[in-house]
Design a protein around this ligand. Sequence first.
Ligand SMILES: [Zn+2]
Length: 154
Amino acid sequence: MSLTRHRLCSTFSNKEKMPAGDAQRAWFPEMLEELKKRWKLDMSWNECIQLCRNATATRTKLKKEKGIAGPLMFCKNCNDYHEMSPMPIGIRSLLFALKKEGLIDDHTFEIKDKEWKKYQRKHQLDAVGNPKKQRLNQPSEVTPRSCASQSTSS
Ligand SMILES: [Zn+2]
């Protein structure tokens, strides 16, 4: 299994309008159900990171099952057009989903959000909880869409 993990496809043509809807959806109802079952308030950040990974994997599976393809875009990494999968689900996305589903209230959300930022800084983690390696030449605020090659694992 050779996965070329170039998640930071920093430059791709943005000329094509991205279709709204399922291709762009971050959280499917099935994922939220799973989240409700597994989420615990006293979870460690490591467990939260794992939860995010599971959610991203579930999303990939659901999209495959539903036959939802992402938009084709030009990827300078591959020098070709290919499907761009949405960004993997990160901790903040998780927190927002929890709040939206009423699993945590606004106050808890703010505390968790702050705690996460602290934890993230302390351990030098990116949005999905992976250790930050060498900086690629782009600001971290930009959230590039990951290469499709990353999600074709089966
Ligand atoms: Zn690519």
